[in-house]
Design a protein around this ligand. Structure first.
Ligand code: FEO
Length: 396
């Protein structure tokens, strides 16, 4: 338990043992599930934690007040990483009033069999709960339909739910400047691209609404709190929601016998020759798509190459491409290349994705049969230069 400021407590727990979040995203640096207590003449809890951590979390709560003395539970988001401990808490304290919106009420029944003791709030409604004045702002689909954020008007604290959250545990102190944003930026981007990425329009709309609030402290549902760094956190989120990449290039490739790899080396050389230093090369078969997706989100230029496999695309690269479509990564300057042995098909899959996501393709795709010949390698190098120049010119 940590007191963030007078009568505002952090009850978050670190999960250092789960391998995967949502059963699919690796957690090499763990994750935290954040919950907050506002103590006063009425006691308000903001969110709970994953059910695997209920015991640990309850002990933190009991260090401050008895769970029976809680008056309200605000459910900003009931995905099980935040709502998993609601049923246990309700059993301990059947009088606890749950605050959410209409969607929250529907989903509480479906996920947790809870149908009573729920107070629903309207968009932007403010409640005076004892000495706490709280406003509730819906942010649907950031990350689920019931998602909302809660603004404490007296303290100017925004309980931002998944928005501004990161993968990675909270190390030692949770306070503001104690964890520099640069330390968390990579895992924050990975959380954004993996979890919130498909919902960039709602995320941008949510950020616009938050622009109207005077915020002293951002208290998200994952990772460190943002105080000194809050403007930077907001700026990064706006950039990622708008899918504005850094002036750099991510190359994602697959290879079976080294021929596509050989082409990739030429393309990468072309990128460097044109003056792009911010270049990341990812082997789609060896890096989990979670990280590749994050790197694709990071940079403006995206070059993808892979062999044809059974008239389609090499499966490890296809997994990533499928994910890019699911997450709707747009606004990219892209290049495509690939090999085939007899009939083609791999590059066609990439071209369809580029069309669907409206990527701009400054150069024709580079296709080759078997191993790339000298002319084909030259064309690949030229394509790398071309895309790099386009990215650099867009920056200026
Ligand atoms: Fe952190 Fe959408 O749950």
């Amino acid at each position: 338990m940590k007191e963030i400021e007078s009568d505002l407590f952090f009850l978050g727990v670190n999960d250092r043992s789960s391998d995967l979040f949502e059963g699919q995203w690796p957690l090499p640096e763990g994750i935290s599930y954040n919950s907050y207590l506002l103590r006063g003449d009425e006691n308000v809890l903001i969110d709970t934690v994953d059910r695997g951590f209920t015991e640990r979390w309850l002990r933190k709560l009991e260090d401050i007040i008895s769970p029976e003395d809680l008056d309200y539970l605000v459910v900003n988001h009931l995905e099980p990483d935040h709502g998993g401990s609601i049923p246990v808490l309700r059993r301990i304290n059947p009088e606890l009033e749950i605050i959410g919106n209409d969607k929250t009420a529907e989903m509480l029944a479906k996920f947790y069999d809870i149908t009573t003791g729920i107070r629903t709030v309207e968009k932007g409604e403010t409640l005076q709960l004892g000495d706490h004045e709280l406003s509730f702002i819906p942010v649907p689909f950031v990350h689920w339909p019931e998602s909302m954020v809660t603004y404490d008007k007296n303290r100017k604290v925004l309980f931002s739910s998944d928005i501004f959250g990161t993968f990675g545990t909270v190390e030692g102190g949770i306070h503001h400047g104690q964890t520099a944003i640069d330390h968390s930026k990579n895992e924050m981007l990975r959380y954004f691209s993996n979890i919130v990425g498909a919902f960039t329009t709602p995320a941008s709309q949510a950020l616009e609404q938050l622009d109207d609030l005077e915020i002293e402290l951002i208290a998200p549902a994952h990772g460190p709190l943002w105080k000194e760094n809050k403007e930077r956190a907001i700026e990064l989120y706006k950039q990622w929601s708008a899918m504005e990449g850094e002036p750099g290039i991510t190359i994602i490739y697959g290879t079976m016998y080294g021929n596509t790899e050989k082409m990739m080396e030429e393309v990468a050389a072309g990128v460097r020759e044109a003056g792009v230093d911010n270049l990341e090369v990812i082997d789609s078969a060896r890096k989990h798509p979670s990280f590749a997706l994050s790197e694709a989100w990071r940079r403006q230029g995206l070059i993808i190459g892979a062999p044809t496999y059974g008239n389609g695309l090499f499966p490890p690269t296809y997994n990533l491409v499928h994910l890019l479509e699911k997450k709707k990564l747009q606004n990219r300057t892209a290049g495509l290349f690939g090999s085939h042995g007899w009939s083609g098909g791999g590059v066609k899959v990439l071209e369809k994705t580029a069309e669907k996501l409206d990527w701009s393709l400054p150069a024709d795709s580079v296709k080759f049969n078997g191993k790339p010949g000298r002319d084909e390698l030259r064309t690949g190098r030229k394509m790398g230069q071309n895309i790099a120049e386009t990215v650099l010119n867009a920056k200026n």
